[in-house]
Design a protein around this ligand. Sequence first.
Ligand code: ZN
Length: 308
Amino acid sequence: MIDQPPDVIISFDMETDLGNWGQTYAGIEQGTPRILGVLARHAVPATFVFTADAAQACPDALQRVLAEGHEIGCHGLHHEFLGEANSDTPGLFTLLPEEIDHRLELATDIVAGAAGVRPVSFRCPRLQSSNQVIATLLRLGYVADSSYPTYFYANRLAPYHPSRDDWREAGDLPLLELPTFADFTAPLNDPGAEFLRERDGWPLLRLEGGARFKQRVDRMGDYLRARGLPHFVCLYLHPWEFVPTPHELVFGEGRLEIAEWLWKNSGQPHLAALDELLARLRADGAAFWSMKDFVAHNKEVADGNPGR
Ligand SMILES: [Zn+2]
């Protein structure tokens, strides 16, 4: 046990293989049971955010996630881009602000229909959000959003209520933004790089393994505590990382070579990495939460009654 163990949210973005690039669901169909096995071994609750497409295409996987007691959230309608760009994806366009409201209402209704319970937690595809997205999430009854790309904006390092003027700043909106884990203790090898992906926690667990990733979590704990911030860790992972990921995709009009960092250590090595990370966090006494349960916990802390 360490003195101040972290609050940890493990979450999975349930979508087509390779996010926007693939058209199949091998990750959800074959990866989900493996993920659930690892979570069950460590008694870790998690949040699985489904695109509406994935919820309709993979009802068995969704029901299995629910049956094991995990939270079902929403990840958009078709994995479309909803807000401000933070990565380099030529040929993929961001929706107009006036398209957001209808799409998210439809996505929410479809996920709710598949799950039998209305989602209250959300993550934007590619972590691309906006003031319009947050306003729509509030209208639709969401209580949690985890779309803040911490590595990119590098400003909000702890859960916060967004401002209505700028969702990336703290304010008083009744929804909790849960920033995604980034490692600010790591030196940037390419500080001029446009998108600063080096510090994004997401691919590092797969690329480095559970033991090294846990060292990053510990270092960030010291970094946050030194700034008077809580040690909060929100990881976003994808089911397609837990099956062997293809190195190229062939379409009718061409072929797409997938960057090595997207497929390296996919499948069994990544399952082993997650297993090791969860074991080490458990040994430290970390508290694991679904997104919506963390919101309830956070409110209890704010009200002076922290039930842990
Ligand atoms: Zn996604």
